[in-house]
Design a binder for this molecule. Structure first.
Ligand SMILES: Nc1ncnc2c1ncn2[C@@H]1O[C@H](COP(=O)(O)OP(=O)(O)OP(=O)(O)O)[C@@H](O)[C@H]1O
Length: 282
């Protein structure tokens, strides 16, 4: 059974709920505009995220998925309600040290084009101004290795990187201060199927190795099924339903039907082919 405002929590949600709560969103309103033109993107939105989850946020265009990530990152102030990260209001995390609590991978990577790879990765740590340069550089090299890049990539400029490498550099930067929470906005957008599979494998590895809690926005069903332990559907200005991908996929709602039950959805949900061996029916 899925977790909605009117039904009891699903088995998956109940299991996660036994763990530490990393994000607590209570009756959130996200409001833009002034006076007559004021509008709410979220209204009384509730969502709890637990340690170790890989939670995907899905929803139609303009339903406020990126706004929700920005609320968790503390870049926006709730109009009403609260957003707490690790027990503190998200908006109070701003400035120095924020990157030690939440890492963010932006959709296009958002690298500084005038900095080389090493300086892009090192940037948040260097900004703190508390560590000697050699130590910061060493930390950045460790993170580059962690995301599958080589020391010789460190001096390259962003313009000389492939799309997959840009994502990896941006991921290394998001992880430079070892945050327990990682936010990903469309992590596999713009990658070809092989690049997308490789990046999902890397995210799965890092999630396990670094004991990360991961929250991602994705439109890509393959990525969603490859990574998510739980899915939250945004619709009607709130979280309409949460549950495992399989639970949410059968929830009766037009967006869910269109998203999960179209041709791509059926393909992503189909069991992996199990042939007799390498020759068997791929
Ligand atoms: N800074 C802002 N000022 C005014 N309106 C904003 C601002 N940021 C977001 N919005 C509005 O909030 C709504 C939700 O935007 P958001 O980018 O979160 O949608 P989304 O669900 O991520 O959409 P998509 O899937 O198309 O990327 C949109 O109507 C957008 O125009």
């Amino acid at each position: 059974m899925v977790d909605t405002a009117v039904s009891p929590p699903s088995a998956a949600a109940a299991l996660w709920a036994q763990g530490e709560r990393v994000v607590h969103i209570d009756k959130l309103w996200s409001i833009f505009g002034e006076g007559e033109s004021q509008f709410a993107v979220h209204q009384d939105l509730d969502l709890d995220i637990y340690r170790g989850e890989m939670l995907s946020i899905v929803g139609g265009s303009g339903t406020g998925k990126t706004v929700l990530l920005r609320q968790i990152l503390g870049l926006l102030q709730p109009g009403k309600g609260t957003v707490e990260v690790l027990g503190q209001p998200a908006a109070a995390m701003g400035g120095e040290g924020a990157a030690s609590r939440v890492g963010m991978l932006f959709q296009q990577g958002a690298l500084y084009s005038a900095f080389n790879v090493l300086d892009n990765v090192a940037f948040p740590l260097r900004e703190l101004g508390t560590l000697p340069r050699a130590l910061v550089d060493a930390a950045a090299l460790v993170k580059l290795q962690m995301v599958g890049l080589k020391p010789e990539h460190a001096m390259r400029m962003p313009a000389d990187l492939s799309g997959g490498m840009i994502k990896r550099v941006a991921l290394a930067r998001a992880l430079i201060m070892d945050p327990p929470l990682l936010l990903l906005d469309e992590p596999t957008a713009g990658l070809d199927p092989n690049g997308s599979d490789d990046f999902c494998a890397l995210l799965r590895e890092l999630h396990a190795e670094l004991d990360l809690t991961v929250v991602m926005v994705t439109h890509d069903l393959d990525t969603l099924f490859a990574l998510s332990s739980r899915v939250a559907v945004l619709a009607e200005k709130k979280v309409l339903v949460t549950g495992t991908p399989q639970e949410v996929a059968v929830f009766p709602h037009p967006f869910v039907a269109q998203f999960f039950q179209g041709e791509r959805g059926r393909r992503a949900m189909a069991p992996a082919p199990s042939g007799p061996g390498p020759e068997g029916g791929q």
